[in-house]
Design a binder for this molecule. Structure first.
Ligand SMILES: C[S@@+](CC[C@H](N)C(=O)[O-])C[C@H]1O[C@@H](n2cnc3c(N)ncnc32)[C@H](O)[C@@H]1O
Length: 185
């Protein structure tokens, strides 16, 4: 499960949408847009789910502290993606996350995140996807790819109306009862 904190509806719609779609495509079970609601993002994720299949959940507006408290209450662990964390490549942080054998809530920020995010009360792990600043979308993609060992790049999305058949060149899509506006995300 992915929690996106710090979304600014006036300027982050496209980026937050891409974080949500990246989460979905790379194998996360769902997405929480914490603390704010944004109907545009909800609508886009709904459309993508309907057309491209799978069981990806979407929740918005819940306070991040509530999401974290409930997650930990159900026995999950929290991994915060931050440039200041333990390096994914050079530390054993991923092995330690795997070894918990628990469901993982991944926190990604936008602007400067609340200081509590770094604390043991909130984050069981602070993970850096390299110690250079880049993007929540890139950090999430690389983290999920490594967490799932690349296997979700070949994931089957159940009940898809649209399915891409990989080609060396050109485009091939199998579709069932959809309009032509499926690439409008
Ligand atoms: C554009 S960064 C801004 C970070 C902000 N300046 C701060 O100090 O918290 C937004 C988000 O991208 C993610 N991020 C950026 N670079 C990262 C890295 N190297 N490793 C892990 N996460 C990263 C973090 O989740 C961060 O909250």
């Amino acid at each position: 499960m992915i929690l996106r904190w710090g979304h600014r509806p006036q300027r982050d719609v496209r980026l937050t949408t891409h974080v949500a779609l990246t989460a979905r495509a790379l194998g996360a079970a769902g997405f929480v847009l914490s603390d704010v609601a944004d109907e545009k993002i909800k609508e886009t994720v709904k459309k993508v789910n309907e057309r491209w299949g799978g069981e990806f959940s979407f929740e918005m507006g819940t306070k991040w502290k509530t999401v974290v408290r409930d997650w930990k209450g159900k026995g999950g662990v929290v991994a915060h993606l931050t440039v200041y964390g333990e390096n994914l490549q050079t530390s054993n942080v991923l092995e330690r996350i795997w070894s918990t054998a628990k469901d993982v809530l991944v926190l990604v920020g936008s602007q400067k995140v609340p200081r509590e995010f770094y604390s043991a009360e909130v984050s069981d792990f602070n993970v850096a996807v390299g110690n250079q600043p880049h993007s929540e979308c890139a950090a999430l993609a690389i983290f999920l790819d490594r967490f799932f060992k690349g296997e979700t790049l070949d994931k089957t999305f159940e009940n898809a109306k649209m399915k891409i058949i990989p080609q060396e060149r050109g485009k091939r899509i199998e579709s069932h009862n959809v309009g032509m506006d499926f690439f409008d995300v």
